[in-house]
Design a protein around this ligand. Structure first.
Ligand code: THU
Length: 160
């Protein structure tokens, strides 16, 4: 029997100390919360996707009276980016959440379904995606998204 560990590193910033190079994408993710259609949860999530060509694509959660028919901000933004720029790798993604009149103090992290989709995008282009989870007090930055989904299912499993 073996007991194994699987660790990953990420950076925790005091939000007031985040390097300036991240300001634009974080501000875009925050701004995207305004267009969320969060009719049922009132939990507004914004995502911003920076492509290798410098274009930033935004997205937000889109809810539905038939709950499973809605979509999270991350998938809305990434699917749109991939649908319009199928050959352009994603460099960085930022997310932010707004509810009860303010952004959340602590970072939110993506749901399982979004992790699977983010991982597919990372693998598809063979390029690590930097992932920023914004909170008003602290913000996490990961250097790739595969660390969010250990023991993932991917293309390679279908090929065996
Ligand atoms: N949501 C996102 O858009 N992204 C996340 O990372 C977590 C949850 C949305 C889904 C739903 O519209 C609302 O937040 C409440 O779960």
């Amino acid at each position: 029997m073996n007991i194994l560990t699987n660790e990953f590193k990420y950076t925790e910033y005091k939000t007031s100390e985040i390097p300036e190079k991240y300001t634009e994408i974080i501000e875009e993710a925050k701004s995207q919360t305004k267009n969320a259609y969060a009719e049922y949860s009132n939990f507004r999530v914004g995502a911003a996707v920076l492509l290798k060509n410098g274009i930033i694509i935004g997205g937000n959660n889109q809810e539905n009276a038939a709950f499973p028919s809605g979509l999270c901000a991350e998938r809305t933004a990434v699917f749109y980016a991939n649908s319009q720029y199928p050959d352009v790798p994603v460099k960085t993604i930022a997310i932010a959440a707004f509810t009860n009149g303010d952004f959340l103090k602590d970072p939110i992290s993506p749901c399982g379904g979004c992790r699977q989709v983010l991982l597919e995008t990372e693998n598809r282009f063979g390029k690590d995606i930097e992932f920023i989870m914004y909170g008003t007090e602290k913000t996490y930055i990961l250097s790739n998204v595969r660390s969010l989904l250990p023991f993932s299912f991917g293309k390679e499993n279908l090929e065996k």
